[in-house]
Write a protein that binds this ligand. Sequence first.
Ligand SMILES: [Zn+2]
Length: 302
Amino acid sequence: MLLPHNPNAFTRSPLDRAGHHRRDKAWLEAALAAPETQLVPFYRHQPFVMEEGGVVGPGWLNGAARTRIAPADATLLFLGLDPKGAAHFALDIPDPAPLGDLGRFEDLRGLGPRLSREDLAILGPAKSIFEWHARNGYCANCATPTLIVEAGWRRDCPSCSGEHYPRLDPVCIMVATFGEHVFLGRQRAWPKGMYSALAGFIEPGEAIEEAVARETLEEAGLKVREVRMHSTQPWPFPHSLMIGVLCEVEDDRETVDTTELESGRWFTREEAKLLIAGKHPDSWAPPPFAIAHQLLKTWSEE
Ligand SMILES: [Zn+2]
C-alpha cells in the first residue's frame, strides 16, 4: 500500500492537522480573527454547503462569522491548515436561522458523490467528531458532564480527571474470491439488484484477518484461506474505519446466513467488470464513493 494512492473517498485531506496548535488558545483565537481563515458550519451533523454553477462545495465563511452565527459555547473544531497556511474550522451551530438563504445544510452521505475528494476529506472528520460530541456529554467513568478541550478533539472530566478521545469503530470489509469468481451479498434493506462486499465490526481480541475469516464464515459459510490488505477508508457514518481486504476462500459452496443477508451470489470476473461499469443486466454494485466499489474494481482488473 503506497500512501499517495489510496483510492477511497474521505482520504487524502489537503489539510495538515497541525495538532500542536490544539492546546494553544491564544493561537486559535488569533487564527479565528485572521482574514484568510475558513469556517464551515454544521447543523444536526450536516455540513453547510453552497452551490454555484451546478458545483456544490462547503459553505466556507470567514472565521469572524463564528460569533454572528452561534452562541459562544457552540462546539468549535480546529480542522487544520491548508497548504497556504490558512486555518480551517468547523462549528456545530444550534440554530440555522442566522445563515438565512446563503446556502443549505445537507446530509453528507447524499452529498458524497457530488463533492470533491478534498472537500469530503475535510468534512468527513468534522461530521464524525460532532456525532461523537453529541453522544458523549458525560464521563463514562463517573457520569459528570465533561468539557471539550484540544480544540474539539478531546473531552475531559473535571471530577475524575478522565480523558476521553473520539470513538473510532474498525470494520472489516471484504470481497471473497474463489478462482475466477467473486462472492457478493445483499441485505434486505438495499435497493433492488444491489450487491456488495461482506462486512462486519472487528471485535476486541481479534486480528483484522481473523475478523475477516470469522465474518466470511458467519455470513456466507465460506472458509477464508488467504487475506490480502487493499486499502482503508474513514467512514463518517458515524465514525467507522473501513479496512478493505480481498480474501480467497477454500471452495464455492456458500451457506448464506439469512438473518444477516437476504442472499448472496457468485459473479465471474467479467460480470464484476460489468457491475463496476454499471452495465450488468440485473445487478449493480455501490458507487466509487464506497470502498466496496474499489475492492471489486481492483479484483476485476487483476
Ligand atoms: Zn469522570
